[in-house]
Design a protein around this ligand. Structure first.
Ligand code: UDP
Length: 330
């Protein structure tokens, strides 16, 4: 039973993998993306791509009136923790305002389901480094995380007052690329660990800067929970059934944490080349340890990662990147 989905940011990294999953499930997809970070080449021709701002009310009203949408999936956002520490108001204004307009137009159009791309950055690093469940205290590590939490609160009230059912999916670290090799991760500028490591392997950078080795972790570098981007996409489809009854929030992660040094070692094994590193100061806004307790998502939706292993995740990223050294521009 094919349904229609509106996907903002569907030309971006996680969004394009979700669009792929929706299309494979036989659904009709409309993408709104301003292509500021997304890539035209990441959206297959069978999806409808509207180049525009996901907070543009006139555009949204027109699109949402065109057909009955089963759900809105909202990926379009600024997403760099470090940049948000330098430009807090840019992040708080843009991400919250865009979501606010989108939620209001979604409600006005009578769409009943909304899936939000949220983040582990709404949590602080727990003192004992334990895995974070949904009830962990909210303590955003940056304006980026704060803005996402504010959007979760907008959705809370959209449910209470208008019955809009929503799922806030707090991704831990999205990583990897589609195993069939047609889409992958390509940011400008690139700030994420795994793609930077791949650029070093490709000779596009001389080395990786490790942002701090004096964190309270076994090797002193930050620990993150890397989840394959297709497993994150899969979570978006699985939560839809739960939304028939109620709104939910889920932490989306594998439950395994790897330090920056462990990621470098895993990449060296996968690629078979040394990755030169240099020590650099801490990056403001980075918590020491973020690892998900993803048990609620597993228990309530049957989700489990198809690609849980770090080396397998990196291998998919490398397969795409080594064949597309210039990303979507190549
Ligand atoms: N990191 C690093 N050097 C880089 C980029 C990232 O040491 O050039 C570290 C960063 O401090 C964090 C981890 O790698 O601890 C993952 O960072 P990324 O930007 O990939 O994702 P985030 O956790 O910020 O969402």
């Amino acid at each position: 039973n094919a349904k229609s989905f509106l996907v903002t940011g569907g030309a971006g990294y996680v969004g394009s993998h979700a669009v792929d999953a929706l299309l494979r499930a036989g659904h009709h997809v409309t993408v709104i993306d301003d292509l500021s970070q997304g890539h035209r080449g990441a959206v297959p021709a069978v999806a409808e791509l509207l180049v525009g701002d996901a907070g543009d009310r006139a555009l949204l009203a027109r699109v949402l009136a065109a057909r009955p949408f089963h759900a809105v999936m909202h990926f379009a956002a600024r997403s760099l923790v470090g940049e948000s520490m330098q430009k807090p108001h840019l992040y708080l204004r843009d991400n919250v305002q865009t979501a606010h307009n989108l939620i209001e137009e979604t409600v006005a159009a009578g769409v009943r389901r909304f899936v939000l791309s949220s983040t582990a950055n709404i949590f602080a690093s727990p003192p004992d480094g334990a895995a974070l469940g949904e009830e962990a205290p909210i303590a955003p590590g940056s304006p980026y995380g704060e803005g996402k939490h504010m959007v979760e609160r907008l959705l809370h009230w959209a449910d209470r007052c208008h019955g809009l059912r929503s799922a806030a999916l707090r991704y831990f670290n999205a990583a990897g690329a589609h195993p069939d090799g047609h889409i992958g991760e390509d940011h400008h500028p690139e700030t994420h660990l795994i793609p930077i490591v791949l650029e070093v392997a490709l000779g596009k950078r001389s080395h990786l800067d490790i942002y701090g080795d004096d964190y309270p972790t076994p090797d002193g570098t930050c620990i993150r929970d890397y989840v394959h981007v297709c497993d994150i996409a899969d979570a978006h489809l699985r939560v839809l059934d739960v939304l028939d009854d109620r709104s939910v929030r889920y932490n989306v992660g594998s439950g395994s944490g790897y330090s920056v040094r462990q990621v470098v070692e895993a990449a060296e094994k996968v690629i078979g080349r040394p990755i030169p590193v240099r020590m650099a100061p801490r990056r403001p806004g980075d918590p020491a340890v973020l690892v998900a307790d993803g048990n609620r998502l597993r228990a309530e939706t049957g989700w489990s990662p198809a690609l849980p292993g770090l080396e397998d995740i990196i291998a998919t990223a490398w397969a795409w990147r080594s064949r597309h050294p210039d990303g979507f521009g190549g």
